[in-house]
Design a binder for this molecule. Structure first.
Ligand SMILES: Nc1ncnc2c1ncn2[C@@H]1O[C@H](COP(=O)(O)OP(=O)(O)OP(=O)(O)O)[C@@H](O)[C@H]1O
Length: 305
């Protein structure tokens, strides 16, 4: 059986009596996975992370990390094996990366002096290590935050919305870094996001949370397999009503019209070429053909109230 790095059982928490913010949560993060924790805003991702790190006190249930139950006695021992980046890292703006890392290292136990250069290398900030943080981009700050969380060589890294606010370049750099850490060092990574596309690209496992309840938990491959095999298309044409009747005359099913778009469901990609050929032969101008992301639809249907 696969080893679980994080395992919560019947975890319950509420900020106040008016509502249950986390309800019977069973979070299961396998060793060596990149686990994406996905849910809309306010679904309970940050609260769960705070419960895992002992920053909030649960009402009931248990939190087991590395096979050990989290409590006052085991807290420090467990947290020594965890690195976390939650919200924006707190950095000293007027100091450079090396000094920031030195200060952070002083708060931790037994960090070897060469570890600072090692983590800078891992997050690809060696060339910028002497620059002051006020000259850093948000992406560089996030990577330095990650470097700080790597100082103690953690077996588990927890990242709360690590790509929030980053530009496309910053997002790609962070994504690559996460995958490299997982592949090179076997680090288990827990990453929260409200973006399915982010999780789909980076993660091996996924847990979907809504209103504090886990509503789906499996591998990303299983989630993709459950989306169904039909392909949904939107085709924008100049004469939508004519195009609709041409295709209906061909006995095509699953066609409808929304504004100037034909919405069609086909069984395979070859059918798409066939449809385009028929429409072009009838002098229908095609402006765009887009394939809908079925996974996105599945996520929405899972998370909609
Ligand atoms: N300090 C707090 N006091 C009271 N309620 C809170 C507090 N922090 C969060 N909540 C509530 O708890 C629920 C879960 O919030 P949480 O921040 O964990 O969600 P989230 O999934 O991380 O959302 P986001 O993506 O917006 O960060 C929400 O209903 C939120 O309003």
């Amino acid at each position: 059986m696969e080893q679980l790095i994080v395992n919560t059982q019947n975890l319950n928490f509420s900020y106040n009596k008016t509502k249950q913010d986390i309800e019977n949560l069973e979070l299961k993060i396998p060793k060596g996975s990149i686990y994406g924790f996905l849910g809309p805003n306010g679904s309970g991702k940050s609260t769960t992370i705070r419960l895992l790190l002992g920053l909030l006190k649960k009402n009931s249930g248990s939190v087991v990390l590395f096979g050990e139950t989290f409590n006052n006695k085991t807290r420090l021992k467990i947290l020594n094996r965890v690195g976390a980046l939650i919200e924006n890292p707190s950095l000293y703006d007027h100091l450079n990366a090396v000094d920031n890392l030195r200060i952070a290292a002083n708060y931790r136990q037994n960090i070897a002096s060469n570890r600072i250069n090692e983590v800078l290398e891992v997050v690809k900030l060696t060339d910028a290590k002497n620059k002051r943080i006020k000259e850093y981009s948000l992406g560089m700050k996030q990577r330095l935050g990650l470097a700080i969380s790597l100082l103690s060589n953690p077996e588990l890294i927890i990242l709360d919305e690590p790509t929030n606010g980053l530009d496309p370049k910053g997002i790609i750099e962070m994504r690559t870094l996460i995958k490299d850490l997982n592949e090179t060092y076997g680090t288990t990574i827990f990453i929260s996001s409200h973006l399915l596309s982010e999780i789909e690209r980076t993660c091996t496992h996924v847990g979907i949370i809504r209103n504090g309840k886990m509503i789906y938990q499996d591998t990303v491959a299983s989630l993709k397999a459950s989306k169904g095999s039909n392909i949904k298309l939107d085709i924008e044409v100049d004469k939508p009503i004519e195009a609709l009747s041409i295709l209906r005359n061909l006995k095509m099913e699953n066609i409808s019209l929304l504004d100037d778009f034909l919405q069609i469901e086909v069984k395979n990609k070859e059918e798409i070429t066939g449809i385009i050929d028929v429409l072009r032969a009838e002098k229908i101008n095609i402006y765009q053909v887009s394939i809908k992301n079925n996974l996105e639809e599945l996520f929405l249907s899972l998370t909609e109230n």
